[in-house]
Design a protein around this ligand. Structure first.
Ligand code: CA
Length: 230
């Protein structure tokens, strides 16, 4: 179920979609007849997907697509077109449309396509979330293997990265040096001194928290843990 923006100047087509999309698929539908109305409605609202006709009385739907993508918005856009030969042109323009549907179409086809893009998007968002670990101002992106502190990227060696990742996955948990050797060095033989020196290099790269304390705290007699947020 989603909030759908339908941009279509042919009342008949809009009518044919309204009821099925709302009742059968449970979406809520906002309908605009013109490009101008669509751009204004877009600014004010929040939509999960857009159904976009290209030939509008006051312009081309492509301009809507451009405006949305220019602002780096990735909301799915499905193009409605009457001309099959237009499809190649649309795709060739790389406007960032997600799918297209050739008229005449059945409401069922439109419903299925919308559900497909919504599912895909849901999955994308979840993937993105899964791969990012945050602790106070540190953000670690596991897919890209990138770390930033308060928005500033920092460059870590493989070992430093693995150590930080282990600590951040269980904030507050106190890791012994043996735990860390297991997790970061795969249990290979390294001395406690090596662990300590990687921690101290990592601390230097991370800088200090806004409170002035270190991001990684020493737990005397035990090991290391991420510090609590200030
Ligand atoms: Ca039209």
């Amino acid at each position: 179920m989603g909030n759908i923006l339908l941009i279509e100047d042919e009342i008949g087509i809009a009518r044919s979609l309204e009821l099925p999309l709302q009742q059968t698929y449970g979406h809520s539908l906002t309908h605009c007849l013109t490009l101008e109305d669509a751009l204004q409605t877009w600014e004010k609202g929040s939509f999960d997907a857009v159904l976009l006709d290209l030939n509008l009385p006051d312009g081309n739907g492509i301009d809507f697509c451009r405006a949305v993508r220019k602002s780096r918005d990735t909301t799915p856009i499905l193009i409605l077109t009457a001309r099959r030969d237009e499809v190649d042109k649309i795709l060739g323009l790389e406007l960032g449309a997600d799918d297209y549907i050739v008229k005449p179409f059945s409401p069922r086809e439109v419903g299925a396509r919308i559900n497909a893009v919504l599912r895909r998007r849901h999955w994308d968002i979840q993937c993105e979330n899964d791969s990012v670990i945050k602790h106070c101002g540190i953000v670690l992106n596991e897919n890209r293997r990138e770390v930033s502190v308060r928005g500033t990227p920092i460059s870590l060696t493989r070992t430093e990265y693995r150590l930080l990742s282990a600590l951040m996955k269980r904030p507050g948990w106190v890791f012994t040096r043996d735990n860390l050797i297991e997790l970061v060095w795969d249990g290979n033989f390294v001395t406690d001194r090596v662990v300590d020196s990687v921690v101290s290099r990592l601390r230097r790269k991370l800088g200090r928290m806004s409170s002035g304390e270190k991001w990684i705290r020493t737990v005397h007699g035990t090991g290391y843990a991420m510090a609590d947020c200030p």
